[in-house]
Design a protein around this ligand. Sequence first.
Ligand SMILES: *Cc1c(COP(=O)(O)O)cnc(C)c1O
Ligand code: SF4
Length: 343
Amino acid sequence: MTPPGQHQGSARIPVQDAADTDWQQAQADVITDPGELLGLLGLDTADLPAALRAAADFPLRVPRAYAARMQPGDAQDPLLRQVLTSPEELAPTPGYDTDPLAEAAHTPVPGILHKYHGRVLLVVTGACAVHCRYCFRRHFPYQSHLPTAARLDEALSWLNEHTEIEEVILSGGDPFSLSDRRLLDLLARLATIPHLRRLRIHSRLPVVIPGRITPALVAALGDARWQSVLVLHANHAHELTPGLAAEVRALQQLGVTVLNQAVLLRGVNDTLPAQEALSLALFQHGILPYYLHQLDRVAGAAHFSVSDDQARALHRALRHRLPGYLVPRLVREVAGDLSKTPL
Ligand SMILES: *Cc1c(COP(=O)(O)O)cnc(C)c1O
Ligand code: SF4
């Protein structure tokens, strides 16, 4: 039988290497029901009705591979707290907005965010492997930025014309949620723009699903055409795996710089032991801490916020414990500023 919409002869079976399909299977194998996640971890379901209501707004999405690293029976598990929908999300909090960074004002063409000198974000997808409850883009109007073929053409021709842009930063969503095929195609198109010197990718996916950094991806990022930087998003030492360390090593052998940015989250990593363990674990995995972000004030995430005073005290204590290269820069994003703003 031929599936609807496909015709024999015209249907081409895409050729993918096994490594590419493994992570795609892991990405598709997700928990979307808060009750199932709680049940899996043997946790109390008293808050389930509110958790379900919160999920209606921004769905719960947790790959099983990530849930497997949570501690059963621990309702405060730092990985669980990042992804479990909670009643606290429903409480409206003054000062917490749906577009906290006023990004709408910095889009010369759909898909491009241009705020800082010499570098732009290119939004290549709205999809993510995991839904983080603190996400500042949880209300982002992806539908009006999604990279349809026509929008991507427009964004690339904008980049072509703007010779002052030296660095393009793939963002989303999570750029690594695209298949290698689409990603490599995009990189090949970017590579034709002569003034682009640096390629940066921000991604949380390799942290959530080890195996994402396939050999094809390593080769593309390591291409001498670019100076490439991969900025991973890990918030807790428990998120790092030996598989990730091996992938990072492969990238570094080709000269790719690998950094990490974290968000300071109440109940996840707002203690000195948690921050110290994160920096040390990152270094053991070959990754240097780059930024520690104060939470963006996005509606639904207020319960993760840490006061500026507490953030500064934590950062000072971290400086007193670790070598300077293991201390991330403590910053926040202030709409209208010309860089991230040190606290
Ligand atoms: C955060 C961000 C960047 C990158 O800033 P760096 O300080 O270079 O890491 C670039 N463009 C936009 C719009 C950003 O939000
Ligand atoms: S991976 Fe990043 S963009 Fe995606 S939900 Fe998490 S914080 Fe948001």
